[in-house]
Design a protein around this ligand. Structure first.
Ligand code: THU
Length: 130
């Protein structure tokens, strides 16, 4: 449950003056390292940067580029699905069978995969003729 704890903890740091909706994300890489992110909003771009994108940025900044597992948590009645842009970002660094757990503060968990979140994802193979 290391990922769950990490995501829950980083969620507290979310900067969300516009939506007031805090999201935390944690991902593990094959090395065992855990990288975390929270959503960060901006007056000019109130939707800001998602928690998942923050965790991915932290992973890349740490010199890693492969995701082995993801955990996302928010205070909602039902687990919150990642936005379209984050699905594509996850697909960039994770195989389709990588587990993504979407959770609520109450303890509800929905387990899915990167492929289920983004079926038919655009990838480098589609540019073979370029
Ligand atoms: N948000 C995330 O950080 N991750 C998601 O999976 C869904 C939405 C954030 C973006 C914005 O700060 C707030 O939630 C409302 O859209």
């Amino acid at each position: 449950m290391e990922l769950a704890k990490a995501a829950r903890a980083v969620r507290e740091n979310a900067y969300v003056p516009y939506s007031r909706f805090k999201v935390g994300a944690a991902l593990r890489t094959p090395s065992g390292a855990v990288h975390v992110g929270c959503n960060v909003e901006n007056v000019a771009y109130p939707e800001g940067t998602c928690a998942e994108a923050g965790a991915i940025a932290a992973m890349v900044a740490a010199g890693e580029t492969e995701i082995a597992e993801v955990y996302v948590i928010a205070d909602s009645a039902h687990p919150v699905p990642p936005c379209g842009g984050c699905r594509q970002k996850l697909a960039e660094f994770a195989r389709g069978d990588v587990k993504v757990t979407l959770a609520t503060l109450d303890g509800a968990e929905l387990a899915t995969t990167v492929a289920d979140l983004l079926p038919g994802a655009f990838g480098v193979a589609h540019m073979d003729r370029a």
